[in-house]
Design a protein around this ligand. Structure first.
Ligand SMILES: [Zn+2]
Ligand SMILES: [Zn+2]
Length: 377
């Protein structure tokens, strides 16, 4: 598994371009004696392993895509694809699911069907939907789905999850301010989108603090870009402010969306400028169903013992497109600790991040225990 993981690490591929990765996964699954379907949602792979006579089934999902980051690790297996890197550990996720597939195909200690779902393009929230649009849940009868992601900062091989919302929704917005602009020496003869834009950035900070209940609602609003068409002595006529917001319920999300537009509208009205507001949700909230969360916790406890499993973990403001699968099927998403120290504690999406090979066996064993627990003979 270590060799597979380091091989995937050397050849990272961007979302929907995981051709080499998918081919290698398919080849391995075939060698384990597993039925393989390729090109599900462009580059997705589905492996089907049936054993016994039961109609019961389970779907295990791993993501395969890498990020457009230039790796800064000095590793023997450093990325060979310039500008691309497995900085989110999807090389490890793919490997753990392959390890489980190999073990389950060998021992066949279950009664039912296991679907191994290798998903493309998680990073931009498009891969899960693409596989579903390509018939993931209509071509195959998958009762429930389970996902797993590594988490730096959590001790290696520990598990954390929780029922209900575990990962946030992600929405992105753009505020366009349209003014007259003009000579920097004559601001009284024009409308200035910079001043109103700056006021909007500050006013948006009041949404979380003044509109949301500190007990019941939580959200993050971050402004990430402020772009103008001005120059050193020219006040711009156009400002574009872009940002990102995360929350854990649809109710909070709708409240945040409404409040942002209200702030923009009021500020622009007071400054006498026009605006356009664009808002789109790219990731839904990841919601674990209670019964399947219990099943996942049991499998984790069986794998590493009670002391290393937190079944009442905190929700995380990262987002996950596995959320879309959980909108259609019951299931649970768990996090496995990537380790605390050195490179294993490096955050996700960091050019020094590396998946911790010491947890490969633990993750694979969790999958095996989950299947054997759920589809026990
Ligand atoms: Zn990521
Ligand atoms: Zn990831």
């Amino acid at each position: 598994m270590k060799a597979w993981r380091q091989h995937f690490h050397q050849y990272p591929e961007f979302g929907f371009e995981e051709k080499r990765t998918a081919d290698l996964i398919a080849k391995k699954l075939v060698s384990f004696g597993i039925e393989v379907h390729q090109s599900i949602g462009k580059t997705g792979v589905v492996g089907v392993l049936k054993c016994g006579t039961s109609n019961r089934s389970i779907g295990l999902r791993a993501d395969m895509d890498a990020l457009k980051i230039e790796e800064q690790n000095e590793l023997a297996y450093v990325s060979k694809h310039k500008g691309l890197m497995h900085a989110c550990g999807h090389d490890g996720h793919t490997t753990m699911l392959l390890g489980a597939a190999s073990e389950l195909a060998k021992n066949r200690n279950f009664d039912g069907t296991v679907y191994f779902i290798f998903q493309p393009a998680e990073e931009h929230g498009l891969g899960a939907k693409a596989m579903m649009e390509d018939g993931l849940f209509s071509r195959w009868n998958i009762d429930s789905v389970y996902g797993m992601h590594n988490l730096p900062g959590l001790a290696a091989g520990h598990f954390t999850t929780k029922p209900d919302a575990i990962m946030a929704s992600e929405s992105n917005f753009e505020i366009e301010i349209i003014a007259t602009g003009g000579h920097a020496a004559m601001p009284h003869k024009l409308t200035d989108p910079i001043v109103v834009g700056a006021q909007i950035v500050c006013a948006l900070q009041t949404i979380v603090s003044r509109h949301l209940s500190v007990v019941e609602e939580s959200a993050v609003i971050s402004i990430t870009e402020f772009i103008t068409n001005g120059t050193v002595n020219v006040i711009p006529s156009h400002v574009s402010i872009k940002g990102d917001t995360r929350s854990f319920t649809d109710h909070t999300l709708q409240k945040v969306k409404k409040a942002i537009e209200q702030v923009v509208k009021g500020q622009c009205l007071s400054a006498g400028v026009e605006y356009k507001f664009h808002f789109s949700t790219s990731f839904a909230t990841t919601i674990n169903t209670p019964e399947e969360t219990d099943i996942a916790i049991k499998a984790a406890v069986k794998t590493v013992g009670l002391s290393k499993v937190n079944g009442k973990g905190s929700p995380i403001t990262f987002s996950e497109d596995f959320a879309f699968m959980l909108q259609e099927r019951k299931g649970c998403y768990v996090l496995i600790g990537n380790g605390m120290a050195d490179s294993n504690g490096m955050p996700l999406h960091n050019p020094h991040y590396d998946f911790n090979d010491e947890i490969l066996m633990t993750g694979a064993q969790y999958w095996v225990n989950l299947v054997e627990g759920q589809l026990g003979k």
